[in-house]
Design a protein around this ligand. Structure first.
Ligand SMILES: NC(=O)c1ccc[n+]([C@@H]2O[C@H](COP(=O)([O-])OP(=O)(O)OC[C@H]3O[C@@H](n4cnc5c(N)ncnc54)[C@H](O)[C@@H]3O)[C@@H](O)[C@H]2O)c1
Ligand SMILES: O=C(O)[C@H](O)[C@H](O)COP(=O)(O)O
Length: 420
């Protein structure tokens, strides 16, 4: 009997990977909840559920007790995402169902979203990132990449990650893979003093350090209009009602407002739309939605399935992705050669223009505002998100060693840079 797999169809290349493993039926985001499945229109999907052995989802499917009760043969649940707060872990354990989350699959994508946001704000507000102190909240797959990228841009980076710090203190080997060589761990009160705060913690109710509402009314009241707060972790890490009250009070008292970038929101997809007008950059939870990030997620689930069912891995991810052969327009390439030392405002503007050639975050912000102003289309915007590539898809030719190190640090692939 082939393995029975039920998978979210919003996983690029699912046919190429999952059909190698078993028989696959797909569903669309929003279709797989006990409430929706109770409707007569879901009869066909509901009838299939008792056969399902492997369930492959994205963050939009709540894997809870009510859903698990409909799949008595389920052995394995996996999500093609880094976050797994949509899993009821206790219910999975109770049902003796193995689970997996594709941690790191889209870390590069999120890091590049943050780099684009930071460069955009720096250019608009005429400051240099290298003069700023940046706090990273959550220094895992995503946070460490963001830390490395902003460090490469010259920023001073500090880290808030109590679970990681505890682990580091309890081990003789203080190196933490994928992070800055020696992370500078700080307290939460130091985070609140940083010029830029980037949130990349998971949503959790950790007994000592819960991330839910870490940025509550009290924390928000300590921030000022000269600071920047970027949330690409989970919406619930910032109390969105408290943030709205903060903005409304700032408007009333004519105070300069905190600069906030939100990719993630509380209660997605039914978000607090009143917040949008107060934000510097707003998007519909798409920071990780590059083709590479999503394809990595599918591939990581395929690897898990092969491992679990002892199947030889035949399909390679590199065979799927389109070739990375875009090159820089001549005028930008010339400018890049002229700005050899990459110092100062004009170099930062050039870097922003190069990054935005691959990913134009302003366009995501414009589209988001236009749609959210008309009707609540958060989920639709996410489902119809256009194909976005990562910086590695743009080949850069750079001679200066320092410049190429910096560009590599934020994820570009460099050729003919004089270092090789
Ligand atoms: N916006 C997006 O599209 C997008 C994409 C990818 C991931 N995410 C979110 O980002 C989160 C992080 O992803 P990751 O791959 O880096 O996960 P990860 O598990 O590799 O890293 C998370 C880090 O956060 C730390 N942490 C846990 N609780 C914390 C707390 N209360 N305060 C500070 N740090 C805390 C952990 O110790 C860990 O080092 C995911 O759980 C997901 O919710 C969002
Ligand atoms: O946790 C993650 O990996 C991200 O939040 C991910 O980008 C969510 O994407 P979705 O599954 O909702 O498409």
């Amino acid at each position: 009997m082939p393995i029975q797999i039920l998978a979210d169809s919003a996983m690029p290349y699912w046919q190429e990977f999952f059909l190698e493993v078993g028989e696959v039926k797909t569903f669309k985001a929003g279709e797989l909840s006990a409430e929706i499945l109770a409707l007569p229109s879901s009869a066909q999907l509901r009838a299939y559920l008792p056969c399902v052995e492997c369930l492959l989802v994205r963050s939009t499917t709540q894997v809870n007790q009510a859903l698990l009760a409909l799949m008595p043969n389920l052995q394995f649940v996996a999500t093609a995402t880094a976050g797994y707060d949509h899993f009821d872990i206790e219910a999975l354990h109770a049902g003796d169902i193995a689970w997996y989350a594709a941690g790191g699959c889209n870390a590069q994508a999120v890091a590049q979203y943050v780099v684009c946001a930071a460069l955009q704000l720096a250019v608009d507000d005429r400051f240099l990132l290298k003069d700023k102190r940046v706090a990273i909240v959550g220094h895992g797959n995503v946070g460490s990449r963001v830390a490395n990228a902003l460090h490469a841009l010259g920023a001073q980076v500090i880290i808030y990650d109590p679970p990681q710090l505890t682990k580091a203190q309890n081990t003789t080997d203080l190196r933490i893979s994928g992070s800055l060589n020696s992370p500078c761990y700080v307290s939460f009160s130091e985070v609140l003093k940083a010029d830029v705060i980037c949130i990349h913690a998971p949503l959790n109710s950790h007994p000592e350090h819960p991330s839910r509402h870490l940025f509550d009314a009290d924390a928000l009241s300590q921030l000022t209009g000269s600071q920047y707060l970027i949330n690409a972790g989970r919406g619930e890490i910032i109390d969105n009602q408290a943030l709205l009250s903060y903005f409304e009070n700032a408007v009333k008292s004519e105070k300069v407002k905190l600069n906030v970038v939100l990719d993630v929101w509380e209660n997605e997809p039914t978000i607090t739309t009143d917040l949008v007008g107060h934000l510097r950059i707003a998007s519909a939870h798409i920071a990780g939605h590059t083709l590479e990030g999503k394809a990595n997620g599918t591939f990581m689930l395929y690897q898990q399935l092969c491992h679990r069912y002892n199947i030889a891995q035949k399909v390679k991810l590199s065979a799927m992705l389109p070739p990375d052969n875009t090159s820089l327009p001549k005028h930008l390439q010339n400018e890049l050669h002229l700005n050899e030392m990459f110092d100062g405002e004009s170099a930062q503007r050039l870097l922003k223009n190069i990054c935005h050639l691959v990913y134009d975050i302003q366009n995501d912000d414009r589209v988001f505002r236009a749609h959210m102003a008309q009707f609540n289309t958060f989920a639709k915007l996410r489902q119809e998100y256009p194909i976005r590539r990562e910086f590695s898809a743009l080949r850069l030719n750079v001679k200066n060693t320092k410049t190429s190190q910096m560009l590599r640090g934020i994820g570009f692939v460099i050729s003919n840079d004089g270092t090789t």
